[in-house]
Design a protein around this ligand. Sequence first.
Ligand code: GLU
Length: 182
Amino acid sequence: MCGIVGYVGKRNAQNVLLDGLEKLEYRGYDSAGVALALDGGIRVVKSKGRLAELRKKLELQALAESGCGIGHTRWATHGEPNDTNSHPHVSQNGKIAVVHNGIIENYLEIREFLQQKGVQFASQTDTEVVAQLMEYCMGLPEVETVSDALYMVLHRIEGAYALGILCSDDPDHVYAARKDAP
Ligand code: GLU
């Protein structure tokens, strides 16, 4: 179980995401994190522990305002609760950030496929395969849009999930997908 939130609009996304995460904190408090679309790319701030720890980190970083972002409070299923396994998870070239509620059942198979292609993983989670696979798909010649890549990912992954996704190529949108229980 976990809580995910996404925002696009005129308000400061960081504040909206933190308000949303506060309401969802009962769903998971192993760790919390946000990803914001900023000039220069996606910025991720995340921390083991409760939301208060994330708030402290964000205050120190004093990031520029963004109108678009995603956030997560985690209840770990795959990978111990630590900073690295916290969401959002980012693809190796920083193009994609993902928050996820649920389980990707075939994550090991996808992880091995991507590792054979040279992709380096940072975490032990099932979730990271979604970010890495999406970035991989975006590099395929037949893929023209972020939605094309997302549909390809959704055909490949198995399990129950709710996903919130940011892409640095399209910084004014949050992509979302859901299957079954979450
Ligand atoms: N399976 C993911 C993880 O362990 C998401 C867990 C959740 O729904 O909080 O990070």
